[in-house]
Ligand binder design. Structure first.
Ligand SMILES: Cc1cc2nc3c(=O)[nH]c(=O)nc-3n(C[C@H](O)[C@H](O)[C@H](O)COP(=O)(O)OP(=O)(O)OC[C@H]3O[C@@H](n4cnc5c(N)ncnc54)[C@H](O)[C@@H]3O)c2cc1C
Ligand SMILES: *[C@@H]1O[C@H](CO)[C@@H](O)[C@H](O)[C@H]1NC(C)=O
Ligand SMILES: *[C@@H]1O[C@H](CO)[C@@H](O)[C@H](O)[C@H]1NC(C)=O
Length: 365
């Protein structure tokens, strides 16, 4: 007789959905995903829909975060190459560094990404540094490689569909305390493992209240124009927490222009002055964005704001026993929830397996 382990995944952002999908490949798990927000929602408490999203590794060499990024690339590359329905395509990423941004909030975040000899050069295809004669004015070093851009409006529902095919159940729910999540398994029986993928919600969730969590606000402008390349630079002259980047999503998803990285700022409404600066800076960095016709030729789809769920000390993938319940944490992904998704999930699935071996109870079917 088959034995099952009942699992509740709390959260339906890219972290929860990837974890639920990867776990569903193992038939011993019976999985319910519970979340306040689901794909299709656009809400300031739900980071995943707002992301570009592309793959630009930012974690320092030999850190746990770098391992997560390294383990994620092959999965995203496979989707771009072989699974057109996922809404992921290849795009070249051109990256500029200005030495003067070294100590700004954006310069520090992009330190490894823009370093001359980053660890990820052996992971991504077609990595190349620019020769000094190729550098635009004011740029101290530059590189290009083949990355991916994910259309989140296709990719998040695709992750749900993959889980549905494998028998997962997806339900709405607001959980006020971690212990309550275990009672929400669709079988009506108590779950023996709860996976905590609540993003910024981990700050306020009862029994969790991880005060290391804070938002890094990102404002974006989504446009119809196609720059034919993704571009980023280490900083701007408009303040140390403002950014310039653009990425064109697969399958009609529009082009995301950014941005900023405003720590501890919870404001959900777009600032029109910042929006103007974002558009101006993007057209300056890449005049091809509007075919040389300036910012008036941008065709705006929407202005938007998302909050990156950052955690002091980095992403938390860990397991913990709470009474007779195993809790596996997978949150605090900051600005890299997509580019770390498969790496973090691999680590989280491993922890679930360990919990099961340590006796997380199996219910007879
Ligand atoms: C402007 C912007 C650009 C970005 N660009 C990129 C990029 O290019 N590449 C990249 O890798 N990343 C990017 N990111 C970061 C990425 O979006 C996040 O790291 C990622 O979305 C975090 O996903 P998550 O699943 O951990 O959290 P979320 O997507 O926030 O999901 C949290 C889930 O938990 C649920 N939840 C929370 N609390 C409770 C509760 N108490 N009860 C029930 N449900 C609860 C929510 O409803 C939701 O379903 C960007 C972010 C922003 C804002
Ligand atoms: C950044 O900070 C380091 C260490 O404090 C210092 O040596 C360096 O000169 C600073 N760089 C810039 C560009 O401000
Ligand atoms: C989520 O993470 C926090 C942070 O440590 C933890 O204390 C809490 O128990 C977790 N909540 C759930 C529902 O897993």
């Amino acid at each position: 007789m088959a034995q099952t382990v009942n699992v509740v995944v709390l959260g339906a952002g890219v972290s929860g959905l990837t974890t639920a999908y990867e776990l569903s490949k193992n038939k011993q798990y019976s999985i319910t995903v519970i979340a306040k927000h689901m794909p299709g929602d656009y809400d300031i408490e739900y980071a995943s829909p707002w992301a570009g999203a592309n793959y630009l590794p930012v974690h320092g060499k030999d850190t746990e975060g770098a391992q997560f990024e390294k383990d994620t690339w092959p999965a995203l590359e496979r989707l771009a190459r072989h699974v057109p329905g996922a809404g992921v395509h290849f795009q070249d990423a051109v990256l500029y560094n200005r030495d003067k941004d070294a100590n700004s909030s954006t310069g520090l975040w992009f330190k490894e990404l823009l370093s001359k000899n980053p660890w990820y050069k052996d992971v991504v295809p077609n990595f190349r540094t620019y020769g000094s004669e190729e550098l635009p004015d004011g740029v101290d070093n530059a590189q290009v490689f083949t990355s991916v851009c994910i259309n989140t409006a296709i990719y998040l529902p695709w992750l749900v569909s993959q889980g549905l095919q494998n028998g997962n159940v997806y339900r709405r729910g607001i959980v006020h305390h971690i212990n309550d999540a275990a009672d929400l398994h669709h079988s009506g029986k108590k779950a023996s493992v709860v996976i905590n993928c609540t993003g910024l919600g981990a700050l306020k969730l009862g029994g969790v209240e991880d005060t290391k969590m804070y938002p890094a606000r990102g404002q974006i402008v989504v446009v119809r124009n196609d720059p034919k390349v993704m571009m980023s630079i280490s900083g701007t002259d408009d303040g140390g927490d403002e950014l310039v980047y653009m990425m064109h999503r697969a399958a009609g998803g529009g082009c995301v222009l950014g941005g900023c990285y405003q720590k501890h700022n919870w404001e959900s409404q777009a600032d029109p002055n910042l929006a103007t600066r974002i558009m101006k800076r993007c057209v300056e960095l890449c005049p091809d964005l509007t075919g040389g016709k300036g910012i008036e030729a941008l065709s705006v789809i929407r202005h938007a704001v998302g909050l990156r769920p950052v955690r002091d000390g980095g992403i938390r993938v860990a397991k913990e026993k709470v009474g007779d319940l195993w809790v596996v944490h997978n949150y605090g992904h900051g600005g890299g929830g997509y580019q770390c998704s498969y790496g973090c999930t691999k680590a989280a699935v491993q922890l679930v397996e360990e919990a099961v071996q340590k006796g997380a109870s199996r219910a007879r079917l």
